[in-house]
Design a protein around this ligand. Sequence first.
Ligand code: ADP
Length: 922
Amino acid sequence: MSGNLKHSTSMSSLASMDKGNSNEDITLSSLHSQFSRKPSANMVLGTNGLSSANSVDDKARNRRPVGDKIDLTRTKSDQERPEEDDRRSRGQAKAKRKRKRNMITANLTGTRYEVIRQMVEHVGFSISRDDDPAAFLIWNDTFVSSERISDLKPYQRINHFAGMGEVTRKDSLARNMMKMAKASPDEYNFCPRTWILPADFNAIQNYMKDLKAHKKNKTFIIKPSNGAQGHGISLCRNIDKIPTTENFIVQEYMDKPLLLDGYKFDLRIYVLVSSCDPLRLFLFNDGLVRMSTEKYLPPAENNISHLYMHLTNYSVNKHNEFYEKGTSMDSGSKRSIKSLNEHLRRNDYDVSLLWRNISDMIVKTMIVSEPHILHAYRMCRPGASPCSDSVCFEVLGFDVMIDRKMRPWLLEINRSPSFGTDEKIDFDIKSALIEDTLRLLNIKMSDKKKNMNAQKMEAQKRLFRPTKRAGEDVNMSEYERQRASIERRKDELKELLQRVKKAGVREEYENRNRGRFIRIFPTDDKARQERYIHLLETAFTTFMAGRAPSMHKEIQLSYNNKLKESDILDMIAECEVDEQQGRMALIDGKRGPARGPKPLVSMPSSDVVPSTDKEDEDMEEMSESISPPGSPYRNAIVNRSRPGSVNSRVSNRTGSVLSRPNSGVNQGQGQLGRPVSGTAGPGSRSRQAGGQKFTHIHKSNVDDSFLTNIIREREDELTKRTLQALNDMRIKFPGKSDQEADIILDKLYENWKFHKPRIASYWLVKLDSIKRRKVIDIVRSNVRAVLQRTWRVPDVDNLPIYRVFSRVFNRLLWSHGQGLWNCFATSGNSASWETIFSKSTDAIDENELNCCRRIVQLCKDCLLIVYQFAAEAKTASQGGTERDIDPPPTQRSDSKLSLVPPNTQTMSQRYSKLYARTEALS
Ligand code: ADP
């Protein structure tokens, strides 16, 4: 939940970078204490806590490795015990080697930055001595080749994507942005107008002539296409200064920047791309404000050569004698973004809006890059499944300028942003950024072993896969063809299930380990997400026209999949039923299964199946047969109940249910070997990401953790209310009172030995999968109604608690109804269906579990009542000759109820109907 909330409030939390959240701020003292606890992480800081220029990097570099120490302290007597010492040191070395073997290794030979080394050790990785190609993590300052990415094992991670140059080279960025701007001009208007030389020389020439003709004067900035750190940049106001041949870009100069203390500045914003298949983007919740060192004046002939005035690069301005090293986050020529936000807020700027716009701009830019990096990634990693972990990640540095109207402008993107730590502010921000990146990547020791096993399995699969001979399709019987297509559909569904499961696990991990990152894509804001999906489709159409249609399908599946785990499990179960029916039909000499495979995109989400026969009608009738808690009828019964009477048992049903043989409700509370999140931390609630609860709270600017607590408390309260409502719920026997229904249930349980084989054959043999589902749906639709009322949401599908319930309902239908039938046989503390939670990563708290137990009990009661109702109906139709149990005290007096499923009626309709029935009964 917390993750969910934080994502949704991402911009406000970005905007509140300045709010000084002491939990989040990594201060020098906190780092000190962290490092003092962990001596292996070498951090050298200057006295008074500030490092002098280059001190952090340089001093660490000059440090002598511990192993090089010459021991002058050994005495003669020590030397007399060489064997013992040797043995000891051999043992220690062996233990060290073993320890290292069990550590995640990092190959840092390709980076010159000490802060990366420090953070890698800080998170517990071991740095490999040489250029180890098999290291778990490979960090390179420069771009890596596609071949290197291809050679990586699936458990490895490297810090660059192939194809990223499409947005990190200045000319490529300009070209791609122009193409996207043509397709979506209103969305892509955040880059200054750019001309790529020499190709656009005539265009810029004409543009400048036009300006001159209209007596307008504009300034342009000329940059080398593949330049960095301000090298080769100049300003010009005259056409003659524009180079004609070389690879440069010319850009409109933004001459009205927002100023800080009279100086021009730009922002260095860090973005982590953790994967491109699917695209996942995280924005770091701090960064650098880099200021120029000469007060800003609008560009004019007499100042356009003043680079300290017009450029904000640190690499340029550090050479100015007026460059100020800051003593804190909000002073000097380099400051933190948090401090800038504070400053803007003090001056009444809308900081939240600014960060919403910046985040939007970043996502849109990365959408432009996606077709390129995805294409390159798939070329490098053919056959990698879309749900597998990405071997590539990238920390990008976005350079953003803000104008006086608070509009952000994208200047460029750096694929190798500097991790130099010349100043304390650099160390504070960059160390936190790297640490959070390493944690978010979720590199695990076990991945290597898993990878080896997966490879073995894949090889075996290939070995034993039946080879398909030419013309085989033609010779296939109708049944075989249908079976093959069901198999295909099942495989497709299983893959989708894997994908959805993996996405859920990944999201939960990210929510718990994102540190100071905010996920900006995919986003929980539905409207935004839809807009981004549309832009992604546009990007694929623009850049990969040929493959766009197939990509559009994939985009929908990856970013807009509305199917949940439970829906897919349902569909797999459906396939199995189809398969079985096909087999039965073959045995009967009939046609194969009636239902063929459906394309994934058109998978049904509704579980209402049209009724066909008498049994169906019974089910429909039963679907109306739960008295909802709070209905006048229910209350009347409860109020009339006396201690010891049947009614009192009814009002205390949970207890009475317990007394029935093998009942599951309220048994073994908290005794499961699975995570029970009673004292859940923020992470344990994070599975609620994507839920639709309390979106109105998400929008506010209130502190995140405060909100998280409020929301958690509120959810706990609503879960308790749901449990109460479920406990009050009863299965209605048409035409009978709750009391009578209760007596029927008691009798069935009392004579369980007698009824057991009959009920088993009714449920497991007589009812087919559709009818079994209808029995369960009687409870399901009423549970939905309770959730709608209690949680006050129109669409309960997205409620995490409903997803938990769905899993239980599916489990009950599992293995042709065996799931529910097992519940009758279960004795002991925890029923077998509860293992769905013990084996899952989903945390479920005690109240949710009790709700599930109550639901299982309702389903059991429902089956018994449906069974009894059917038996009585049959008896009645046979003239009362065949009776399974004694006739109930009251005859069926009311006519059949409406066949309209309950969730298609309004609650008031349902109440009035039930009320009318109550009147009739009394
Ligand atoms: P480099 O990669 O060499 O740093 P940039 O594109 O980041 O090149 O430009 C360097 C600096 O020039 C920026 O930090 C910014 O201060 C200034 N600058 C770049 N483009 C513009 C522009 N279009 N308008 C105003 N200033 C700009």
